[in-house]
Design a protein around this ligand. Structure first.
Ligand code: AMP
Length: 130
């Protein structure tokens, strides 16, 4: 069965899209650790990041770099934290999270609640930087 992220990439489930190329897709995390929390996903569905081929594994970081720079331009922060967990969704994804301190990348902390309008505006602003 297709993962929820494959359904998002295929347009079957809505998302707040930030960027896309032939290989990767980026969209706002629906349950963000911080405003601007974005997921970068390869279009080919592979569960565990280290099971991807070498090109996908290296290129996901190059694509993530562009997205991270765009997030930084929109969301004031010390830097963009990078994390890969995959404990919830079995489809490789890189978390890009604006952070100011170590605790900002603690996935146990309460998530930020943003309205649909705020999420849409944020995604548009980040996309406009790309
Ligand atoms: P993990 O697999 O542990 O890296 O976590 C999966 C992440 O995907 C979580 O941060 C969720 O909030 C996020 N997520 C799950 N479903 C969606 C969705 N439909 N749209 C955007 N983000 C999602």
């Amino acid at each position: 069965m297709a993962s929820i992220f494959t359904k998002i990439i295929n347009g079957e489930i809505p998302c707040f899209k930030v960027a896309e190329n032939d290989t990767f897709f980026a969209f706002l995390d629906i349950n963000p650790l911080a405003k601007g929390h974005t997921l970068v996903v390869p279009k080919v569905e592979v569960d565990y990041i280290f099971d991807n081929d070498a090109a996908t594994l290296s290129n996901i970081m190059i694509f993530s770099q562009k997205v991270a720079k765009a997030i930084e331009a929109v969301v004031p922060c010390e830097r963009i934290g990078v994390a890969v967990l995959g404990l919830e969704v079995p489809h490789t994804h890189v978390h890009l999270v604006p952070i100011n301190s170590i605790g900002d990348l603690d996935f146990r902390k309460p998530r930020v609640v943003l309205s649909k309008e705020e999420m849409a505006e944020l995604a548009d602003k980040i996309a406009a930087q790309l």
